[in-house]
Design a protein around this ligand. Structure first.
Ligand SMILES: NC(=O)c1ccc[n+]([C@@H]2O[C@H](COP(=O)([O-])OP(=O)(O)OC[C@H]3O[C@@H](n4cnc5c(N)ncnc54)[C@H](OP(=O)(O)O)[C@@H]3O)[C@@H](O)[C@H]2O)c1
Length: 232
C-alpha cells in the first residue's frame, strides 16, 4: 500500500509512534524514526537522533534526509500542569515539543517533499477539541496543534501545494505517556487502567494507515477516536 514511500515518524521509540512505524513498514514503507533514545528503535527503523526541543538539532536531523514523502508529527509530552498551579518549566517543555517542534519539522519536511506533494499527519488529541478538568496547559498545546493543522492546510492550498494535511485526535491510549501525565496520581491511573479498556497504540496505527493510504484526491482532515469506555 505504501510501497516506495519514505516516512519520517517523530517519537518512534515508544507507544503510538512505534506501533505506527511497525505497521507502516509491514505495508511497504521505509520508515525513519526520529527521537532521542535511538537505541530503543527496532533494527528495521532507520534511526535519526534528535531532541525536538532544540531547533538546531531539528535543522541537523533534516539535513541528513535526502527524500521524504510523508511526515508523521507524533512525538509529544504530557504533564498534568494546571494553569493555576502548574510549573512553567513543564509548560515550556510541552510547548517546545508539542507545538514548536511539530511546526519546525513540518516546515523542514515541506522542502523535501516531491513537487507533486507529500502528506503531513499530526498526532493531536481529544484534548485539542474539548478541555477535560485536568486538561491544563497540555490541552492548550493540543488546541495549538489543531490551529496549526488548519493554518498549514490553508497556506498550502493558497499556493497550490498538493501536500495533504491530516490529524488524529485520540482519547486515552495506554502508553508510557500516561505514567508522566498521572505523576502524583498513580492510584488514579491504576484505577483507570483497571476500570477502562483504553485505546491501544495499534488502534491509532490502523487509523494512520487508513489516512496515509487514502486515494491521492482524498484528504482526511481529522479522525477523533475514544475508547467506548471513555465518558469525556
Ligand atoms: N497516550 C495517550 O493517551 C495519548 C492521547 C492522545 C494523544 N496522544 C499523543 O500521541 C503522541 C504520542 O504519545 P504516546 O502516548 O505514544 O507517548 P510515549 O509512549 O511517551 O512516546 C513519546 C515519544 O515522543 C518522543 N519524544 C519525547 N520528547 C522528545 C524530544 N524532546 N525529542 C524527540 N522525541 C521526543 C519519545 O522519544 P524519546 O524519549 O526517545 O525522545 C517517544 O518516542 C503524543 O503527541 C501525545 O500527545 C497520546
Amino acid at each position: 500500500m505504501l510501497n516506495g514511500k519514505t516516512i519520517l515518524i517523530t517519537g518512534a521509540s515508544s507507544g503510538i509512534g512505534l506501533a505506527m512505524a511497525e505497521l507502516l513498514i509491514k505495508n511497504g514503507a521505509r520508515v525513519l524514526g526520529l527521537c532521542r533514545s535511538i537505541e530503543k528503535l527496532p533494527s528495521e527503523i532507520i534511526p535519526i537522533s534528535c531532541d525536538l526541543s532544540e531547533p538546531s538539532e531539528i535543522e541537523t536531523a533534516f539535513g541528513k534526509i535526502e527524500t521524504l514523502d510523508i511526515l508523521v508529527n507524533n512525538a509529544g509530552l504530557a504533564h498534568l500542569s494546571p494553569i493555576t498551579t502548574g510549573d512553567p518549566t513543564q509548560w515550556e517543555a510541552m510547548w517546545k515539543i508539542n507545538v514548536q517542534g511539530l511546526s519546525l519539522c513540518s516546515q523542514k519536511a515541506l522542502k523535501l517533499f516531491p513537487k507533486t506533494g507529500g502528506h503531513i499527519l499530526n498526532i493531536s488529541s481529544m484534548s485539542g477539541h474539548r478541555v477535560p478538568p485536568s486538561g491544563g496547559f497540555y490541552a492548550a498545546t493540543k488546541f495549538a496543534v489543531r490551529a496549526i493543522t488548519e493554518a498549514l492546510r490553508a497556506e498550502l492550498k493558497g499556493v497550490g501545494n498538493a501536500t495533504r494535511v491530516s490529524s488524529i485526535s485520540p482519547g486515552f491510549v495506554d502508553t508510557p505517556l500516561l505514567d508522566i501525565y498521572f505523576e502524583g496520581r498513580e492510584q488514579q491511573l491504576k484505577q483507570t487502567r483497571e476500570t477502562m479498556t483504553m485505546l491501544t497504540p495499534d488502534d491509532i496505527a490502523k487509523t494512520a494507515l487508513h489516512i496515509l493510504s487514502a486515494p491521492k484526491g482524498v484528504e482526511i482532515n481529522d479522525v477523533q477516536l475514544r475508547s467506548n469506555d471513555q465518558a469525556i
